[in-house]
Ligand binder design. Structure first.
Ligand code: TRP
Length: 464
């Protein structure tokens, strides 16, 4: 393949881009809430276990497949002479299109909140329902966000993805350290820290284990070939195992920092952490107001800027997966591929955009098609897409990628690829551990998760 498909210029560039993919809305609003409802530190321990025992090995396999073949998520399987396995890549493309279609809507909320905060509109928390219902406004924010994503991706690997990550990731980390330090100086902050970090093991049940694994997998951007794609822009001398360890550490570290920032802020105002998107979009604006009008505007604006930045490096990676496919396999020039794909995904996202109050059919879609659970408050089309893509396709994709790496491509070849730039890997404990995880642990655990999702979400059978 003589096509100049782009390359990361340095190891740091690759690590920041991949960590940028991993660090996103999943870390900053989902992780802290899941910790809260899942028994605090007990959830954190489980989440860490999954990240390192299961996700980290899967990550090394994805990157190795990408670097070995220098191709996109579909082409990689063909390049290994296993064209029949290219369906894993197509499953990944489908996941990417679906995830980005609604992820961009939520990213639009975050971006919209930056503007509300600059204007000092702290009442936006209580107006959240009306805010997300306003499809014209959110649609516009969504266009801006998708436009920014597409612009970065259109600039290519080095000048777009890598350059954006090198600016956005350090800024994000600095902002988070500033905000969490500030949050911990507030009165009552310690109650937040206790809630966050003192484990209550009695809260652990099958459901919590299930969500800890789902969270770890989504948060590390696994199961759809995003890291096959990024790995394909990596040069041979880089140490994949070490890079994957650093990416995992950064993702986990930033999720942890997000909790250190949020819980003190929320508890310092005598509030209780509430579920899901509410914690950030409903509760926080009031917290910012109570900090005082001027400081509130500053902290609030910084917070939602940070959230938008985190989302942006993730949307970039989600868009790059289908774009790399179109560029490699159909020889479409990158810029054209980017704008076409981004437009398509935006269109796919329109029902999600309308499913937060604007259209009652789409807002109650899960109920309309007869899959609603008793007492469920969120039955939107957008949630259905998340069930399909995040909860079903990703574990399925991850399981298939592991099986492929261990048994079809074969672990000897995986080991050989992971040994490049990594002296002493062959024969090491780490090699045995990664091979064990890819061959047994990941396929078994991920297929259990896949089946549990299928049964509970789509057939109404709750085993846990
Ligand atoms: N990991 C990101 C987050 O935590 C989301 C994301 C980006 C993602 N790219 C992905 C998830 C690829 C799965 C696969 O918000």
């Amino acid at each position: 393949m003589a096509v100049s498909r782009g390359h990361f210029s340095s190891r740091l560039g690759f690590i920041l881009a991949a960590a940028g993919s991993a660090v996103g809305l999943g870390n900053i609003w989902k992780f802290p809430f899941e910790v809260g409802s899942g028994g605090g530190a007990a959830f954190v321990v489980m989440y860490l276990g999954f990240c390192f025992l299961l996700c980290f090995p899967v990550m090394t396999a994805e990157i190795a497949i990408g670097r070995r073949t220098q191709r996109n998520a579909v082409g990689a399987f063909k390049a290994l002479n296993k064209p029949r396995w290219a369906f894993i890549g197509f499953l990944g493309l489908a996941s990417g299109l679906l995830i980005l279609s609604f992820y961009n809507v939520v990213a639009g909320w975050a971006f919209g909140y930056v503007i509300e905060m600059i204007m000092g509109n702290f009442d936006i928390g209580s107006q959240f329902g009306d805010f997300i219902k306003d499809w014209m406004k959110i649609g516009l924010y969504g266009i801006v966000f998708m436009g920014a994503t597409a612009f970065i991706v259109s600039q290519g690997v080095q000048k777009g993805i890598e350059k954006a990550a090198k600016f956005l990731m350090p800024t994000l980390i600095i902002l988070m350290i500033l905000l969490s330090t500030y949050a911990m100086t507030l009165e009552g902050a310690m109650r937040g820290i206790e809630f966050y970090l003192i484990p209550d093991f009695s809260k652990i049940n099958g459901q919590v284990v299930y969500s800890a694994l789902g969270q770890a997998f989504f948060s590390l951007s696994l199961g759809m070939g995003a890291l096959i794609t990024y790995g394909s822009y990596l040069s041979k001398e880089q140490n994949i195992v070490q890079s994957a360890a650093l990416i995992t550490l950064m993702d986990v570290g930033i999720a942890f920092l997000a909790g250190l920032m949020l819980f003190p802020l929320v508890f310092s105002q005598g509030l209780e952490p509430t579920g899901g998107p509410g914690l950030i979009f409903v509760t926080l604006p009031g917290v910012f107001r109570d900090l005082g009008p001027n400081i509130g505007i500053i902290i609030g604006t910084l917070f939602f800027t940070l959230l938008s930045f985190a989302a942006l490096t993730s949307t970039v990676s989600l868009l790059e997966v289908p774009v790399a496919y179109v560029v490699d396999e159909h020889k479409v020039p990158r810029k054209r591929a980017v704008w076409l794909t981004a437009t398509l995904i935006f269109l796919i996202g329109i029902p999600s955009l309308l499913s937060n109050g604007a259209s009652s059919i789409l807002t109650n879609f899960i109920d309309v098609i007869g899959l609603a659970r008793e007492g469920a408050t969120d039955n939107s089309f957008m949630t259905l897409v998340a069930w399909i893509a995040n909860d079903t396709f990703l574990p399925l994709g991850g399981m298939l990628i592991s099986i492929f790496a261990a048994y079809i491509w074969k672990k000897e070849n995986l080991s050989a690829e992971l040994s490049i730039g990594n002296e002493g890997y062959a024969g090491s404990f780490l090699e045995r551990f990664i091979n064990f995880s890819i061959s047994y642990l990941a396929p078994v655990v991920l297929s259990v998760i896949f089946l549990l999702t299928l049964l509970s979400k789509f057939f109404g059978i709750d085993l846990i």
